[in-house]
Design a protein around this ligand. Structure first.
Ligand SMILES: [Zn+2]
Length: 322
């Protein structure tokens, strides 16, 4: 059971990490594990959608490799004096335990933020506020405890840090692995588009053969009440740079290679065959490593002079907002 695996890793991490409870749920607490003493922060989130347990597997694999390195790796120890790593391996324990997308109230946490007035969401898939019996339910009004817990966690991180990078692990859309950044609610660019473009350039140069398609979420489909849009806007209003990336692992190729998966709901969202699971767990290690380095060195690529900013902004608009 996946939540037992989360418990085991949290117990093993308690020697190295500060463990904080973000919310209580019927299936146990939502926990955040804090490593390091620096300011800039890499935040890794998983298990927002309970059916997409592969994300939690990837987060646990990352935690396990951190725990294996901490006793001996001086480079990592030094890095953690310059930065922090915060991991939330299971934001939606009820969804994970019941193998459903939403939380106990049937709310899709990724559509549960206050809806921005300028939203142009896709019908239905982009979130609906009619009934928890229908999919993509964003809740009636208030934010759910799990979503609020994540919003407040980022608040606390940014109270101490000028910069944070978040990676939220999902699966189930498309053939390729996508890295999505806000906005989800509209096909208009975020104000800090040049910074995201600079980070993408760094990724392309550093991991030259990487597999990721980097693009705004709204190029896939637009969403009302997107949690990362909301968190991004709040961070921007405070004068911070938060780059929230959603890794949407393309699950269609797992299904194509093993069509029997189509007969289980879980099979739509997760690699079921063991060697494919192992391959998925290996696949994203270099990305996490890169994101940590980019977090430590954020001022080297995110402090952009005005002329350069205008150039990057133009290139980004040409590519992503034609
Ligand atoms: Zn998802």
């Amino acid at each position: 059971m996946i939540l037992e695996a989360v418990d085991r890793v949290c117990a093993a991490a308690s020697r190295w990490a500060r463990i904080e409870t973000l919310a209580e749920t019927a299936a146990g607490p939502v926990r955040a594990l804090w490593f390091g003493t620096g300011e800039p922060t890499l935040l890794v989130v998983a298990g927002v959608h309970g059916l997409e347990e592969i994300g939690t597997h990837v987060a646990l694999a990352y935690l396990q490799s951190l725990l294996a390195q901490l006793p001996w790796d001086d480079v990592l120890a030094h890095t953690l004096t310059q930065a922090r790593i915060v991991v939330v391996p299971a934001l939606n324990p009820v969804g994970l335990s019941q193998r459903r997308r939403g939380n106990h109230a049937g709310v899709d946490l990724m559509r549960n933020a206050p809806v921005h007035p300028l939203t142009t969401a896709a019908p239905f898939l982009g979130g609906q506020r009619l009934s928890p019996r229908l999919p993509w339910f964003g809740g009636y009004a208030a934010m759910e405890p799990e979503a609020r817990g994540l919003v407040e966690l980022v608040d606390r991180i940014l109270a101490q840090a000028p910069f944070a990078l978040a990676l939220d692990l999902h699966s189930g859309y498309g053939w390729a692995d996508r890295l999505w950044f806000p906005y989800a609610r509209t096909k208009q660019p975020i104000p800090q588009l040049a910074e995201v473009y600079a980070l993408r350039g760094l990724l392309d140069a550093t991991l030259a053969n990487h597999v990721y398609i980097v693009e705004p979420t709204a190029l896939g489909y637009t969403i009302a009440g997107d949690l990362w849009d909301h968190i991004y806007d709040q961070a921007y209003a405070r004068g911070k740079l938060l780059v929230p990336l959603t890794l949407e692992m393309g699950s269609w190729s797992w299904v194509r290679k093993n069509p029997l998966q189509l007969f289980s709901r879980r099979g739509h969202f997760n690699p079921v065959v063991p060697h494919r699971l192992r391959r998925t767990l290996r696949r994203h290690g270099p990305l996490l490593d890169f994101l940590l380095r980019a977090t430590v060195a954020h001022s080297s690529w995110s402090r952009i002079r005005p002329i350069e900013r205008a150039r990057l902004d133009r290139l980004a608009r040409d590519e992503w907002y034609p």
